[in-house]
Design a protein around this ligand. Sequence first.
Ligand code: HEC
Length: 221
Amino acid sequence: MSTPSQPDPRVDQPAMTDETLLSVHEKMLGQQPDEKARYRLLPLNLLFLFSGLIFFGGTYLGRYAGHFSPKIFNENAHPPKAGEAAAAAPAVDPLVLGKSVYATVCATCHQPTGLGLPPAFPPLAGSEWVAGSEDRMIRIVLHGLLGPVKVKGVEFNGAMPPAGPGSGFNLSAEKVAAVLTYVRHEYGNGASAVTAAKVAEVRSATGNHAPWTAAELEKVP
Ligand code: HEC
């Protein structure tokens, strides 16, 4: 029998030194999959390429996008400067503009056919109000119409909301003129065109008038 002078390595583990501790951990860590190893720094060339592309894109848009104005169709054209705005603005056909304004604003009530929806909404087709004084018609669209009104011999008594500048529809003078020109031209009406200048003139004379009554309008020439 040997004397237990030597410690039995199966029972008494010798105390670990710092070095063995470190090397054991190193080995364990080394066995774990290294997730980060798959990521690599972006090559500098690519970084420069992308920066260059972004810079080019920004410059290109700034130069050719025409300030994203819907009126710019020519990608090489520059937006007009303040002084030359009128000359450079493309002419809009009032009948085309008027048709789209009619479809978005008036057609809900007066119907796409212009025949209205009696007894609530009077017709515009063949209406003496449409064919008659443009001064009255401009007022109707700018400020609205309220109370009894006779159209083609039929009495209506409703309320038309204002559609001019500052109203819920907020139509510009140009759009009011266009939609009136359209309505007076369509549905076999055949009355004269209305200019934006005339609408602006009526607007500055009447301001934010309350909705008109037919009786008030009869006094307007
Ligand atoms: C919310 C419904 C509504 C909308 C939108 C509307 N109207 Fe009217 N409109 C009426 C009503 C209702 C009357 C009759 C008011 C009354 O009885 O006093 C009328 C009357 C008129 C008249 C005079 C009577 C006639 O039939 O000729 C004209 C002209 C007219 N509207 C044009 C327009 C135009 C142009 C637009 C679009 C810019 C428009 N209206 C949008 C409801 C509407």
